[in-house]
Design a protein around this ligand. Structure first.
Ligand code: DC
Length: 226
């Protein structure tokens, strides 16, 4: 296995930005695993398939092709040969993706795809179950936490910049509901791995979070390369 950094954290905790910066700085391939669950959700919605139609979802999963391409430090999410990087980040997907991500058939398909990505290249992978399920033996495990109000405030600001008009209250309600579904689901619930290092980013700047994790990665990378 190559060198693996696992970053788990809730929606809006800043892990996307932090992971992107660290990937560039430390020459690691950045993999946003949430984008893969978003692709499955988008494909199902486009075909009018609900999260309750397991038979139809099974068929979608048999033929789905998801690729993450990298250029200039940015990830391009390719679903069945189409760039869906923007389409997978709408409030419509935000509000329903946790239902699809909770399904066993979906996770049974996506988890091995993610594990394969860490076999041949040094990666920094962000998600909800990276340190617990996808790479329980990751070289570095970070659990990036943040208060729900601060997360909603950040996500609301991001949305406004993207031209998405949702009120702060709507964003807060959506984030709370998603968090409930993710932590209470039966398979691969979103929990901190026992050996993950907890960082609470509520009152930290992005730069401070990056610096803290960078120091941890450097110390572990030196040790594991010895
Ligand atoms: O990180 P995100 O908001 O883009 O994630 C989208 C959804 O996928 C979210 O409901 C959590 C889920 N997810 C998951 O269950 N496991 C992961 N490793 C990553 C994301």
């Amino acid at each position: 296995m190559a060198f693996v950094v696992a970053i788990d954290g809730p929606a809006g905790c800043g892990k996307g930005t932090v992971t992107r910066i660290l990937a560039r700085k430390m020459n690691l391939v950045n993999i946003d695993t949430g984008s893969m669950y978003r692709c499955v959700t988008l494909e199902c919605l486009n075909r009018g398939i609900s999260y309750e139609d397991e038979e139809d979802i099974k068929e979608v999963l048999e033929n789905i092709n998801i690729r993450i391409e990298h250029s200039d430090g940015m990830q391009k999410i390719i679903l069945n040969e189409n760039d869906v990087s923007k389409e997978i980040r709408t409030p419509e997907i935000d509000n329903i993706v946790a239902k699809f991500a909770a399904l066993k058939i979906v996770r049974d398909k996506i988890t091995p795809m993610q594990q394969k990505m860490g076999n041949s290249q040094d990666i920094i992978m962000e998600g909800r179950d990276i340190g617990t399920v996808v790479f329980p033996n990751a070289d570095v495990k970070i659990f990036l936490d943040c208060s729900v109000e601060e997360r909603a405030r950040r996500r609301h600001k991001q949305n406004l910049q993207k031209g998405i008009n949702e009120s702060y209250e709507e964003v807060l309600a959506s984030i709370k509901e998603r968090h409930r579904l993710e932590t209470e689901r039966e398979i691969a619930p979103f929990i901190k791995a026992d050996d993950a290092i907890l960082i609470d980013s509520t009152n930290m700047t992005i730069e401070e979070v990056v610096e803290t994790i960078e120091t941890i990665i450097v110390s572990k990378r030196n040790v594991s390369k010895d």
